[in-house]
Design a protein around this ligand. Structure first.
Ligand code: GDP
Length: 296
């Protein structure tokens, strides 16, 4: 279900309740069930939706509270689901921050690294990118192509096979050159297959984190990964200290529910959403406007 459709259904369920002269348990439950159905179909985890339903039921008192208040309660619960409860680390201009980017292969991690750097460059920062993906052939060239286009300095090597060495050398170099934002791209992981390769890539990710001591680890998540996204995000969070999430491919037929899954699985805020393949197609993510947009 596309984002607008999800929003439309939730909004309709709420406005249906507003039309009723008497709001009893039956009417209210039907409203909540419709919201729950919309969320399920948008790939939000079952337990998660049930929690939300129970929370709303506990808060709303049908007999004493005005309809407008109930609507606000439902919207507040939706906002709460999208709020990790703790703000993301935000880099400070003029002070060096190291941001490590992790995610499944194909999630849009490499593209997001250059978009993220470009976003800050446009604001007058001095970002730089390090390619610590020595696993996928062509990873360095891909990042370099994007970085070169935006004139963002890049560190990497096609012949060095140790990602930890590249990451450490790159971060050191850019620190010396007074870059205020150093973004480290890492190799994509496949966690579906419990193979040795997957395990060693996870291990390598932890070593890169340990060696570079990033201020922030960003988990990049593909919005098209459906119900699987929750467990994928959780697996990353368990291995490395994920501090925030960027959800990619929110253009086209993206499902809004994955944003809720990302927050729930990582207990971290979504800071940006990717809305296309181009460099400038990265939007700051803010909970309240997102929910307002959902509800039309
Ligand atoms: P990585 O393997 O995680 O580094 O993924 P890539 O950065 O190579 O991206 C995989 C594909 O997704 C590429 O074709 C990108 O152009 C595309 N992609 C990345 N972000 C977005 C996005 O926000 N929207 C769309 N439509 N495509 C994206």
């Amino acid at each position: 279900m596309v984002l607008e459709e999800l929003g439309g259904r939730i909004a309709r369920a709420i406005s249906q309740i507003e039309k009723e002269t008497i709001i009893d348990d039956k009417v209210f439950n039907e409203c909540l069930n419709e919201i729950a159905r919309a969320l399920f179909q948008s790939d939000v985890k079952v337990e998660f939706v049930n929690n939300m339903k129970n929370n709303i039921k506990n808060i709303v008192n049908l007999h004493t509270i005005a309809v407008g208040h109930n609507k606000r309660t439902i919207i507040r619960q939706l906002c709460k689901m999208l709020d990790s409860g703790k703000p993301s680390f935000t880099p400070k201009k003029g002070k060096t921050s190291v941001v490590m980017v992790v995610g499944l292969q194909g999630s849009g991690k490499t593209t997001t690294c250059s978009k993220y750097a470009y976003y800050y460059q446009k604001k007058g920062w001095k970002p730089a990118v390090v390619c610590a993906d020595t696993y996928r052939a062509g990873a360095f060239d891909q990042l370099k192509q994007n970085a070169d286009k935006a004139k963002i300095p890049i560190y990497g090597c096609n012949t060095e096979i140790d990602p930890v060495k590249i990451a450490v050398d790159g971060v050191d170099k850019f620190k010396k050159d007074n870059h205020d934002l150093i973004i480290v791209d890492t190799a994509g992981r496949h966690i579906q297959e419990k193979s040795e390769t997957a395990a060693s890539l996870f291990e390598e990710m932890c070593q890169v984190a340990e060696a570079t001591n990033p201020d922030l680890v960003v988990f990049v998540m593909d919005s098209r990964n459906g119900q699987a996204a929750f467990n994928q995000a959780k697996a990353f969070k368990q291995s490395v200290a994920v501090g925030s999430v960027i959800v990619t491919k929110m253009d086209g037929h993206a499902k809004g529910g994955c944003v809720l899954s990302a927050v729930a699985a990582t207990k971290s805020p979504v800071i940006f959403i990717g809305t296309g393949e181009h460099m400038d197609e990265l939007e700051v993510f803010d909970v309240k406007p997102f929910v307002s947009r959902l509800l039309g």
